[in-house]
Ligand binder design. Structure first.
Ligand SMILES: NC(=O)c1ccc[n+]([C@@H]2O[C@H](COP(=O)([O-])OP(=O)(O)OC[C@H]3O[C@@H](n4cnc5c(N)ncnc54)[C@H](OP(=O)(O)O)[C@@H]3O)[C@@H](O)[C@H]2O)c1
Length: 366
């Protein structure tokens, strides 16, 4: 189906920013599957400095990285508005690509990337890969085994007061492509789709409470950011198999007691692990036990960012579909876009796309 078959795949990382260190660290867990060979960015000096820090062969420009025949897959860690252009450049250079979330800032952009990949018989993988971690895989098994019966409803919540207090360059969180929806909800929607399957429609409202944000993190402390994307969104997502999820995503809330993700079924309720984490507490309440009980995780594999990329490398080698797929990310992109459309138009928005639930991932990437 796709080239190449030898492992480990040579990885070229583009975007040497905040999240890159996490990939440099965790990619080392899969030496037989992936090897980061080079890194690149707009700022070539920064890329060279990062390469030296990480002991890589080279830090270079994006075009140099894309011309390197040793690079099989591009790991795209640029800012959201650059994702589509870099994904397309990578594919046109004959590389598979694996992109951080959000896959694209519009459904149309996501479609263009998948069409290019299909034309060239190349793979597109997309974060978050936390859905492949032991936490969400345990939740998935509980649901598949009928532990809570038929899922009736779900609640997904991501509420905080934004990123200007911790991120070194927080501007992009308040521009189109950022906000709590594109910045946070891919974790929740990827988890919901993994657990419940594809969605059918979205009804939502959106607001922007604060028109400006004051940066308190270094090095830009004291500067103000003009907010150009909604920072509080609340909506209802209807899943194809009938579950109704209420979703709140906000950068306008100081404190709350809402669960990150809960699923309620005909026989009980499931408090899922935090969708941002690979592992975490999973609690089950059933009509038999009538109490919340902590469920041991399926396995204790250490997992971190790059699990999805490593799984994609193995899937390419084994000529089978990979799990953190562009197809699922495109569906999640359409769900998010439907929040904005529904809020704009004041009506329910039906979804056009669908996707398969990725196969369960038990232990050891099998
Ligand atoms: N930070 C986190 O904790 C976190 C967690 C999960 C996911 N993510 C996701 O990861 C991605 C990156 O986030 P981040 O926090 O690492 O952002 P960041 O610190 O701003 O870093 C982004 C990097 O992308 C590079 N870049 C931007 N546009 C580019 C282009 N057109 N060509 C080449 N390089 C380009 C920048 O390079 P230059 O420095 O060379 O300009 C910068 O180093 C985002 O999609 C975000 O949603 C972040």
């Amino acid at each position: 189906m796709t080239k190449p078959l030898r492992l480990p795949l040579g990885v070229g990382l583009i975007g040497c920013g905040n999240v890159s260190d996490s990939y440099f660290t965790h990619a080392k867990r899969f030496p037989g599957l992936i090897k980061i060979l080079a890194c690149a960015g707009r700022d070539v000096d920064r890329a060279k400095a990062k390469a030296a820090e990480q002991g890589l062969g080279r830090g270079c420009s994006v075009s140099e990285l894309l011309a390197d025949p040793a690079i099989d897959v591009v790991l795209n860690l640029t800012n959201p508005t650059a994702h589509t252009a870099i994904n397309l450049q990578a594919l046109r250079a004959g590389k598979h690509c694996y992109c951080e979330k959000p896959f694209a800032v519009s459904y149309r952009d996501g479609l263009r990337v998948l069409a290019e990949a299909a034309k060239r018989k190349l793979r597109v993988g997309v974060a978050p890969d936390t859905v492949l971690g032991p936490g969400m895989q345990t939740c998935r098994k509980l649901i598949d085994d009928g532990a809570i019966g038929k899922p009736i409803s779900a609640t997904a919540n991501f509420l905080n007061h934004g990123s200007e207090g911790w991120h070194p360059n927080p501007d992009f969180f308040y521009q189109p492509g950022g906000g709590p929806l594109l910045g946070g909800s891919p974790y929740h929607f990827s988890a919901l789709v993994t657990l419940l399957g594809p969605a059918r429609s979205v009804s939502a409202m959106a607001k922007t409470t604060f028109k400006e944000r004051l940066i308190t993190s270094q090095p830009f402390s004291g500067q103000r950011i003009k907010v150009r994307t909604p920072t509080h969104l609340a909506g209802v997502v209807e899943f194809a198999q009938g579950t109704v999820a209420t979703v709140t995503m906000s950068f306008d809330v100081w404190a709350h007691h809402l669960p990150a993700l809960e699923i309620h079924g005909t026989e009980g309720s499931l408090q899922c692990s935090d969708p941002f984490q690979f592992a975490g507490d999973v609690q089950l309440w059933t009509r038999e036990t009538k109490q919340w009980q902590k469920v041991p995780l399926l396995h204790t594999d250490e997992a971190g960012r790059s699990l999805g990329l490593a799984e994609m490398a193995l899937a390419i080698h084994e000529r089978r579909p990979h799990r953190a797929s562009g197809e699922m990310a495109l569906h999640v992109t359409e769900i998010m876009e439907a929040f904005f459309r529904s809020a704009d138009k004041g009506r329910k928005v039906p979804l056009k796309s669908t996707c398969r639930r990725p196969a369960p991932l038990p232990s050891g990437l099998k």
